[in-house]
Design a protein around this ligand. Structure first.
Ligand SMILES: *Cc1c(COP(=O)(O)O)cnc(C)c1O
Length: 398
């Protein structure tokens, strides 16, 4: 288990017969999270009732959780608000960014971006109806497509399909050279490797917490605003929890003079308490070590799978510097092959049209797991086990 100093699988509830290679999609359950949720429900909600907003300090939970996330993405305390879903946080960031460049009409993104990010942009354009254009290019052409028409460059750092990683520092610099506003979606970055938002100087970042941060299904999203902009950005959704004084019950909206202005409504307290507990695991984890271990595991996985299964084509960049923390292989029968793997305890996922996707999360994966997974893949592929009719039927979630 060479050099994986961040391995702490004992902190997670993972079934013994499972090798979990899908923590990039839904992180596993931290052992203490279920007790925490139960305590929030039984002791706080059950016994304290509405008093718990004060007695259990539910009211500051979104900020406390935001500060823990900030530490993981190179952002200062107080610069990250939590709540809602990533789709909504993306919409808010985009709406606020467009307001910062009222004379420009182009939102620039890449074709590999996650559909919801593109959909939210399309929906926002429909709503404001001022002849905005969502322009997309191939991921590798993005930097050269930034020009003086571009109001906002909106990108996801790591491509959900291929794992290709953008150069955040360089692209942000190019955006700023053209006076465009930069939004980074960190869905596949936060908790996967070090992110340095301060150095990048990007105006906005968003992300979700149920992937590498293990906050559980439906965990709240986060949004970062560069501290110098916090008092001027216009939150698209002017909810009472983003008001300067929610309990003044002022009929006039006045945004908080902090990142809290990006909050909308009542926070999901049970889900936030689970996330707060999950984030505790990161307190003594160095993300540089996570990255080193993730690269070692991913490189080993690529070597093992390529040696055993020439039918699978690597769909991720071979150079680890250009990759996030996932490895994708293209295979014509990727869907049934993934079902066959899941049936044998190796859990990854499938992304249309033909991508078998595997996430590497060194907190609970080691080299032994990676080699064992590759052997199972070999068994499935070399014996055509994916041909079983049971594996052909598509579930609603792939
Ligand atoms: C996972 C993911 C999402 C999901 O958005 P939700 O609103 O949380 O469902 C959005 N964007 C990217 C880039 C993602 O990877």
């Amino acid at each position: 288990m060479s050099g994986n100093t961040v391995y702490r699988k004992h902190l997670f509830d993972i079934p013994d017969d499972v090798i979990y290679l899908d923590g990039n999609s839904l992180g596993p359950l931290p052992k203490t999270a279920a007790d925490r949720a139960l305590a929030t429900i039984r002791s706080e909600w059950g016994q304290e009732l509405i008093k718990a907003w004060n007695t259990a300090d539910w009211i500051s939970l979104p900020q406390r959780v935001g500060d823990k996330i900030a530490r993981l993405i190179g952002a200062p305390a107080g610069s990250v608000a939590t709540g809602d879903t990533l789709s909504i946080k993306e919409y808010q960031a985009l709406a606020a960014a467009l307001k910062m460049r009222p004379e420009r009409r182009v939102i620039l993104s890449d074709e590999g971006n996650f559909p919801t990010d593109l959909y939210m942009a399309q929906g926002l354009i429909e709503t404001i109806d001022k002849e905005y254009e969502l322009r997309t290019t191939a991921p590798e052409d993005i930097a050269d497509a930034i020009n003086k028409d571009v109001a906002v460059v909106m990108l996801t750092e790591v491509d959900f399909r291929t794992g290709r990683k953008h150069d955040m520092i360089e692209i942000t610099r190019r955006a700023h050279d053209a006076r465009a506003v930069m939004i980074w979606d960190l869905a596949h970055s936060a908790g996967a490797f070090p992110v340095d938002l301060i150095t990048s100087n990007a105006e906005f970042a968003t992300g979700c917490t149920y992937k590498y941060l293990n906050g559980g299904p439906g965990a709240p999203a986060f949004i970062y605003v560069r501290p110098d902009l916090v008092e001027t950005v216009q939150p698209a959704l002017a909810g009472w929890m983003g008001h300067e004084a929610p309990f003044a019950m002022d009929p006039q909206y006045r945004p908080a003079m902090s990142t809290e202005r990006l909050r909308v409504g009542t926070p999901p307290v049970v889900q936030l308490s689970i996330l707060d507990e999950a984030l505790q695991i990161w307190e003594d984890v160095d993300l540089q070590d996570v990255r080193m271990a993730s690269v070692a595991l991913s490189d080993r996985f690529i070597a093992e799978v390529e040696a055993r299964c020439p039918q699978l084509q690597l769909a991720s960049p071979r150079d680890p510097a250009e990759r996030g923390s996932q490895v994708s292989f293209a295979f014509e029968h990727g869907y049934p092959a993934m079902q066959a793997l899941i049936d044998r305890g190796v859990i990854g996922d499938f992304r249309s049209p033909d991508i078998m996707r595997f996430g590497f999360t060194p907190l609970y994966l080691n080299e032994e797991d990676v080699v064992a997974a590759a052997i199972t893949i070999e068994t499935v592929i070399q014996n055509d086990l994916w041909r079983d009719p049971n594996y052909q039927l598509r579930s609603r979630v792939t």
